[in-house]
Structures are given as C-alpha cells and as structure tokens.
Ligand binder design. Structure first.
Ligand code: ZN
Length: 106
C-alpha cells in the first residue's frame, strides 16, 4: 500500500500524447488540483517524457496525499499511459468524491 499517500505520481513511458481529452476524469482531476496547496519543494524538478516541466513545488491535497501539478496534463494528454495505472484512476475517483463530500459546492 505504499502508493496510498500519493496521487498520480506516475511516469508516462511512451511519448505518444494523444489529442487532449476533456471528459469526466479530466474534470475530476482539475477539481482535485484546485484544492491542493503548495507545501514545500522537492530537490530538483520533475520533467514529463514530452518535455513539459512540473517545477519542484510539492502539492498536497486536503486529505494529505502528495501530488504534482502535472496531473491534469497526464489525464488530458497522456491518457494512454494513465490507463496503465488502474489503481491511480481508482484513487482519482475516490479522492474526487471524498472532496465533493467535504467541500460545499455552491
Ligand atoms: Zn507530458
């Protein structure tokens, strides 16, 4: 269960970005990242296989999970790779509904 404290800290392996996908999953990820806060910095910065840099900021979700600001990029443009991580997709869905419950959506 060592990945339970992180969300979408994945490394896309194939550089075959598809067309950006704006579906329900992308919406969930956008919703989640809105509620994350920068909490310190990593040594060095992460770079996606396609060359996009995430910077070194560490993002933390209200539930304490760590994530990074590339998660929307992964969900929209590296969906093929994301599908290789079904557990992460499950976590996105769980975190999304958990957040919706705790945050008043006007
Ligand atoms: Zn990328």
């Amino acid at each position: 269960m060592k990945n339970q404290r992180t969300l979408l800290m994945i490394v896309p392996k194939k550089n075959d970005k598809g067309k950006p996908i704006d579906d329900g999953l992308t919406k969930m990820v956008k919703f989640i990242i809105k509620f994350s806060k920068v909490d310190g910095h990593y040594k060095g910065s992460h770079e996606c296989i396609c060359g996009l840099k995430s910077g070194s900021a560490k993002y933390v979700l209200p539930n304490g999970m760590e994530t990074n600001n590339l998660i929307v990029h992964y969900a929209r443009e590296h969906r093929k790779d994301l599908r290789l991580y079904p557990k992460e997709i499950e976590k996105i869905i769980n975190v999304y509904f958990e957040l919706r419950k705790t945050i008043d959506v006007e």
